[in-house]
Design a binder for this molecule. Structure first.
Ligand SMILES: C[S@@+](CC[C@H](N)C(=O)[O-])C[C@H]1O[C@@H](n2cnc3c(N)ncnc32)[C@H](O)[C@@H]1O
Length: 275
């Protein structure tokens, strides 16, 4: 289902400033983005980011990770920085495996929140919470979330393609720990994260130019992190084999949405069990 969102739908929407949620929606082929978002996405791609491939490959990882968690018996999910709901949403994937699965989405972008609420209006097992994921205590205390998820039981917590919007100064490790420490044992943390590790000089220069577009035009600059840094963010958990790998290499299923060379996904990915 596609719902075209127009700026007049919500006076709080700043349609003139490109936003990562709507840029990402554009890259995935969605209809919930504005001219400024499309322009920034095209500009970033022109200078070197393989935007569409990266977005689709990341989304394919998310699908595989949710299926994996369902196979482990997880039946409730917290999708932090969920973005604008697109085909293959967490609740769709999870409810295919288990019709009783429950999903709380969290985002702080108005279009993502408004669109998700429309999409989920008829689904009593899904909810959209408008919140800033950098404040775990507030997120986890939100009545809409606590009304749906039982935090005393295992939860699959997704931080997919979002922690690179949290700079070191805002303590991403502390944020992840806030969720991990509040979660029951047997749950999972799922993370994918932008990296420029192992880039050639030329590719790094192009990536920097692409990042510069985000830096200058959006309110959320991107921070690249390496494999060791991502593993450190997951301290206190048990990494599911094969550990922190390029997103396409995490339990590949041959669905064909990945780049030919895994490192061109530009994302490291991992699934970790909460002990
Ligand atoms: C690149 S999209 C990823 C969407 C989805 N997780 C996926 O991987 O397909 C990043 C999302 O994170 C959201 N986001 C960024 N910072 C956030 C914050 N501090 N709190 C809540 N959401 C945030 C953005 O609004 C955007 O929707």
């Amino acid at each position: 289902m596609k719902i075209m969102f127009t700026p007049s739908d919500d006076p709080l929407v700043d349609a003139d400033t490109p936003n990562p949620a709507r840029i990402y929606d554009y890259l995935l082929g969605g209809a919930n983005n504005f001219a400024a978002d499309r322009d920034a996405a095209e500009q970033a791609m022109r200078v070197g980011q393989v935007g569409r491939t990266v977005a689709r490959s990341n989304r394919a990882f998310l699908r595989r990770a949710v299926r994996f968690m369902c196979e482990q018996g997880v039946d409730q999910f917290l999708d932090l920085g969920s973005g604008i709901p697109t085909v293959g949403n967490v609740h769709e994937i999870a409810q295919q495996a288990n019709p009783h699965a429950r999903v709380a989405y969290v985002d702080n972008e108005t279009v993502a929140v408004t669109y998700a609420r429309r999409l989920l209006a008829d689904d009593p097992r899904s909810v959209m919470v408008e919140a800033d994921l950098r404040h775990p205590e507030q997120v986890l205390a939100d009545p809409a979330l606590t009304g749906l998820l039982d935090l005393s039981r295992p939860v699959g917590i997704l931080l997919v393609s979002v922690l690179h919007f949290v700079p070191d100064a805002e303590d991403p490790a502390g944020i992840v720990a806030g969720y991990r420490e509040a979660a029951a044992g047997g749950g999972y943390l799922v993370v994918s994260h932008y990296t420029d590790e192992g880039y050639s000089e030329e590719k790094r220069a192009r990536a920097e130019a692409g990042k510069d577009v985000y830096q200058r035009r959006t309110r959320t600059p991107v921070v690249a992190r390496g494999r060791a840094e991502l593993a450190a963010l997951l301290a206190g958990t048990e990494l599911v084999p094969p550990g922190v790998v390029w997103a396409p290499d995490w339990h590949p299923d041959g669905t064909g949405t990945d780049p030919e060379v895994s490192s061109e996904s530009e994302m490291y990915a991992a699934v970790a069990r909460i002990p």
